[in-house]
Design a protein around this ligand. Structure first.
Ligand code: NI
Length: 259
């Protein structure tokens, strides 16, 4: 796949998927109750972290990350849908943190990689591959201890696969087979899409739509290896309608918080 091939969709709301101003405006309207910090300025853009400390003691710490790959834009839009539809009472059941959009230049351009041609979701574990960390990855890497804490009870990284018409997911769990959480995510994906019926995807073994415990240099794999209880990477299919993908992303985030 070309690093700079553009993928832009026209949403039902009359907004193009790479309309960063609309996306930022809509997100800003949902900031009530969140504490927002900037982790750094990779590729000349601010990389925001949103935190919502629960007022209730001993609630799980969960982290949702969106927009590592710029052409996978249903995830950041799905986050807005999720925040609009989820009651504050439900959000306060967890110590929830968000990375709303990691790769801002990729999102603006509709390209997978950032404007320098770096893959923001590789290079976190240098012993596994020889891909160097991207500018965005370096900022996240510098905040490893913080991210460990924020995602200690679960990490959800929201992606898409623009080349397929069926959905699947990656699951990282401390079990010998996918748990009910993984199966629930697959069920939610199956409401809008067929589940990818293949034995392999990107060189990984795929079983009934789930790539299980395949450690690679991705962000989610890295946080799992560092100790997160579990981590998931969902892939909605880019060949299917944008609105369905946004809806599925939102439903999975909701389920992740409710687990
Ligand atoms: Ni991706």
């Amino acid at each position: 796949m070309s690093k700079f091939k553009k993928y832009i969709w026209y949403g039902e709301n009359g907004i193009y998927s790479n309309d960063i101003d609309s996306w930022k405006n809509q997100l800003a309207q949902l900031a009530n109750g969140w504490s927002i910090s900037i982790l750094g300025f990779p590729s000349g853009e601010s990389l925001e972290l949103w935190q919502r400390p629960s007022s209730l003691l001993n609630k799980p710490h969960k982290l949702i990350a969106c927009g590592f790959h710029g052409e996978e834009s249903a995830a950041p839009w799905g986050l807005i849908d999720f925040l609009k539809k989820t009651q504050p009472k439900m959000l306060d059941q967890v110590n929830l943190s968000l990375l709303p959009l990691v790769n801002v230049t990729g999102f603006k351009d509709g390209t997978r990689f950032n404007r320098s041609g770096e893959n923001p979701n590789r290079g976190f574990m240098p012993h596994l591959d020889d891909v160097k960390l991207s500018a965005e990855g370096k900022v996240l890497f510098q905040h490893a201890d913080l991210l460990d804490r924020l995602g200690s009870d679960g990490v959800l990284s929201c992606h898409e696969d623009v080349n397929v018409s069926c959905a699947y997911l990656y699951a990282y769990e401390r079990t010998s087979k996918p748990s009910t959480t993984s199966l629930k995510f697959r069920d939610i994906l199956s409401k809008n899409f067929d589940i990818l019926d293949a034995k392999h995807i990107d060189g990984c073994l795929l079983q009934e739509g789930i790539v299980f415990n395949q450690i690679d240099g991705s962000f989610e794999s890295w946080l799992f290896e560092r100790g997160a209880k579990n981590a998931f990477c969902i892939e909605t299919p880019g060949l299917m309608p944008f609105s369905l993908r946004v809806q599925s992303q939102s439903l999975i985030m909701q389920s992740f918080v409710e687990q």
